[in-house]
Design a protein around this ligand. Sequence first.
Ligand SMILES: [Zn+2]
Length: 273
Amino acid sequence: MTINYDTLIELQKVLAQMFEIEDKIKDIPRDLNDKEAVLQKTKLDYLDLSNKCESLSAEVEDIYKRYIEAGQTKEAKEKQMELTTLSREYENLAQEIEQAKASEQNLLKVYNARKKYLEELQLKLQVSADIVASQTQEVEEETEKKDSLIAEQNQILEDIKGKKDELSKDLSKNLLFKFERIIRNKGGVGVVPIHGIICQGCHMELPQQFANDVRKDEDIHFCPYCSRILYYEPSEEDEKFDNAVHGDIHADEEEGAETASDFISSDDNLFED
Ligand SMILES: [Zn+2]
């Protein structure tokens, strides 16, 4: 199977674009999900504060009721005192009036303090309600936008997939799958040249026989170190490579099959490393 490496390099670009768009599409709802999570938290805070306000409001109401009752008790005792003629009863009433007065004053103090605190909380509650409202609006707007953003990116993806199908029509399903995985894992670069015996993807030295096979280009070769697809590209390293295999790379073609098998067997040990 021979491979058109120019097409493969073109396909590589298209696949990298495709993955970028796919990631983008995945990120669109992710941003929105984050905002929704924040909104949920804000709503919980609001609810918490609202419950606090409600119970504090009941407490303040209760204190006020007790304050009024203390005042009424005081007045009733004062009226009773006007009517009494017995000195002992008079003394008792005077004491009770003093107690009611003290209680009334104390309740008023507590009432004022708690009422002030309630007003602070109510102000906070209003701010919290405003935040909930603005975050809700933002989430609603982004939900609407999300659908059109995704549709837009899907349209771009559709076009890219068309290009991909065109460029990959001669590749087997298996090879295409492998190539896509390499590109995903290797930062968008899945097909690289060899210079001499060096893979230009990972810069590892390849076995000489293996490099020779890549150069012959009779089949597809994957780098044993970085898994990228390899192709031959003339370079300065070729001279070193040629010297290393004792002569011209095409010697086997010129001198016949006998030399070719000699050449291969002499390098067989390289595969056992
Ligand atoms: Zn490599």
